[in-house]
Design a protein around this ligand. Sequence first.
Ligand code: ADP
Length: 256
Amino acid sequence: RVAPMQALGQRLGGTRYFLITFRDVSQARRIDRMRSDFVANASHELRTPLASLKGFIETIQGPARNDHAAQQRFLGIMHEQATRMSRLVDDLLSLSRLEIKSHVPPDQTVELAPLLGHVRDSLQPFAAELGVEIMLDLPDGKVEVAGDRDELIEVFENLMENACKYGQEGGRVEVRLAPDEGGHPEVSVTDFGSGIPPEHVPRLTERFYRVNVEASRSKKGTGLGLAIVKHILTRHRARLNVKSELGKGTVFTVKF
Ligand code: ADP
């Protein structure tokens, strides 16, 4: 849609001149809508644990005033809710930091194989809790990309963590680094879980988009992980491909 900004008529001699300027505002409106949806979603996500915290505080001050066992139980839940809120705030801050520097290309040289090994090791306790084994398939030689080490760690942490969470319980996750046909490095993270229905796949990297909100919450998800991944990869001029088959599993591939 086009909105006329300015139209003016001026008489010079016997001729009337017009200057008409057009500006396409559809993109600006879309961005405004996305921004207000985002604020509404973020507020809602924060309000839920806050309401629960408030409820428990009131219960501890009131009906459970003298019930020590109940108080201990409630404090445990309150701790979980507070942790959930701080995870969400961390992810929101990550996103906003990434937005600020989205036009600055990363300037480090990052060796991918040791980085993937590092991420796997740091996720080992989390995977072990779920009975999942993360297996690495790495080439012998050096594979380097221009990038930001911390951001790439965040990308592969998110992808491996999702593969563990949404993959098969007690199963395995495969992480493979190899060149594609054109010689560009590619990292794939494969799980053998229930897969993602095809209609959801194009929307996975939207902020707060989840295939199943309750499943995501119960697995300590914020719904922002893949949005963060997409932002980082855009800054790295890398792409994220998703291939999923229901009942078989999912492969997320980062193409540098
Ligand atoms: P969350 O914090 O909810 O995990 P993400 O942005 O990381 O948020 O992922 C968005 C949604 O994509 C998840 O809620 C989940 O429904 C789906 N998803 C992500 N990775 C996988 C996977 N490997 N298998 C199945 N579903 C997945």
